[in-house]
Every structure is written in structure tokens, then in C-alpha cells.
Unconditional design. Structure first.
Length: 234
């Protein structure tokens, strides 16, 4: 094989390899479709800090509920028409932690959140809020004191509920157990059990303590043997 033949052969295989690489690249690109992200402004909630936004289900439809240094507001999904649902209290702030679930079996989610005092975020009290028809603001129900010192507000509040397939106790009877898990002061985990009458006293249990402060992020999941598990990082 002379030199010209060798050069022609190398050019052929180089072009063939390039064609294969381009073909594979096009095939991979076709499988990895670009993700289109669209940002939508639902509502303007003011210039103050927003601690949390939760999704709330009701027979009349679904809503977003938000709070923080701004008093609690609600607005329907797909609408920018927000409504303040609690009175305005001076020098108060709502906790980052909070959740929405149907705790009194009326078909509509209630909201569980703590409220403390500024400027130190101390003297925190846990409440659940109930929407009452034909009433301008929701009714608040006191649950317990959850932190007197500064910066002791619950950073996480998650519902602790049985999964539908595990809603039977060992005796076969229906279980209506409901509770919330709180991370107080980013250090201690507490379980508050919802009584049959949620306006009554909620039993409180200390269920864990992080080895270090400044911990956040908890999730309640369905474990094995019909047990709920609290997942958190330390």
C-alpha cells in the first residue's frame, strides 16, 4: 500500500468515525429533551419575610396559604386574589414550620402553625386555624407553648397521619390517629397528638433530640409494619 492509499484510507475511517460520533450525539440529544421552566407570579404578598407556603384542600377547591412576618393570607390556585385570613397583631411573626391537613374531619384542611413575638422570635405559641363560613377571619385554637426563648420557633411542622392502606389497627378497627411533628429550636423533636375533640388538650411527647443545633428538614413517611417514620438529617 503506497503512501497516497494509506492517507485515503485514514481519511475514510476518520470521516466514518466522525459520522458515528455525530450520529450517537444526535441520538443522545434526542433522548435528553430540554426542560422548559416557566415562572408564574401568583400573588404579591408584600415586602416582609415569608416563612412558608402550604397547599390547602377544601370542598370549594384548592388554595395556597402563606405567612411569616406578613399575617396569614390565602388565595385560590390559579388566581392572584389573596385574602388575609387572620387579624393583624403588632410585633408578631409566624413560624417557618407549618402544615395543612383535615384534623377535625370536616372535609377541609386546617392550618397548624406557631406565632411568636418580635424582635427575638420568642414566646412562641402553637395554634390551629379553622375557616368558619361567613366569618371574615379564621378561628384560632391554642394548642401549647412551644418555646419561650428567642429563636425557639418551630422550624418544621409536619402532619403525622396513617397511610390509607394502614389505617386499621392490629385489632382491625379503624384508626383515626392524627398528630403533628415539630422541630423546636432546630434541636428537639416533639409529637403533638390531635384529640378526638381538637379544641381540647393535645398530648405532647418529646421524641428526639439532635446532637447539634441548627438542624432543619423533617419528613414523615410510611414505614414497614404499618409504622410512620420521621426522617431527618443530623
Amino acid at each position: 500500500m503506497n503512501c497516497l492509499t494509506r492517507i485515503s484510507t485514514l481519511i475514510f475511517f476518520s470521516l466514518l468515525l466522525t459520522a458515528i460520533v455525530i450520529g450517537c450525539g444526535q441520538q443522545m440529544a434526542s433522548k435528553e429533551q430540554p426542560i422548559k421552566v416557566e415562572h408564574t407570579v401568583f400573588s404579591y404578598l408584600g415586602e416582609q419575610h415569608i416563612g412558608n407556603v402550604v397547599h390547602r384542600h377544601t370542598p370549594e377547591g384548592d388554595f395556597f396559604v402563606a405567612w411569616g412576618r406578613t399575617p396569614m393570607h390565602q388565595w385560590p390556585l390559579g388566581s392572584a386574589g389573596k385574602t388575609q385570613v387572620v387579624p393583624t397583631y403588632e410585633n408578631t411573626v409566624y413560624s417557618n414550620g407549618g402544615c395543612a391537613f383535615d384534623l377535625d374531619d370536616d372535609g377541609a384542611d386546617e392550618v397548624v402553625v406557631a406565632r411568636g413575638e418580635l424582635p427575638g422570635w420568642g414566646n412562641n405559641q402553637l395554634y390551629w386555624f379553622d375557616e368558619v363560613p361567613n366569618q371574615d377571619t379564621w378561628t384560632e385554637h391554642f394548642i401549647d407553648n412551644v418555646g419561650e426563648s428567642n429563636h425557639s420557633a418551630p422550624h418544621d411542622i409536619d402532619p403525622y397521619l396513617p397511610e390509607p392502606e394502614s389505617a386499621q389497627n392490629q385489632a382491625g378497627a379503624a384508626s383515626n390517629f392524627k398528630a403533628v411533628v415539630l422541630n423546636i429550636s432546630r434541636r428537639d423533636l416533639y409529637l403533638f397528638v390531635v384529640p378526638d375533640d381538637p379544641t381540647g388538650s393535645w398530648n405532647r411527647y418529646h421524641i428526639g433530640r439532635f446532637p447539634n443545633r441548627d438542624q432543619s428538614g423533617i419528613e414523615v413517611v410510611d414505614g414497614d409494619q404499618n409504622r410512620q417514620r420521621v426522617i431527618c438529617a443530623t
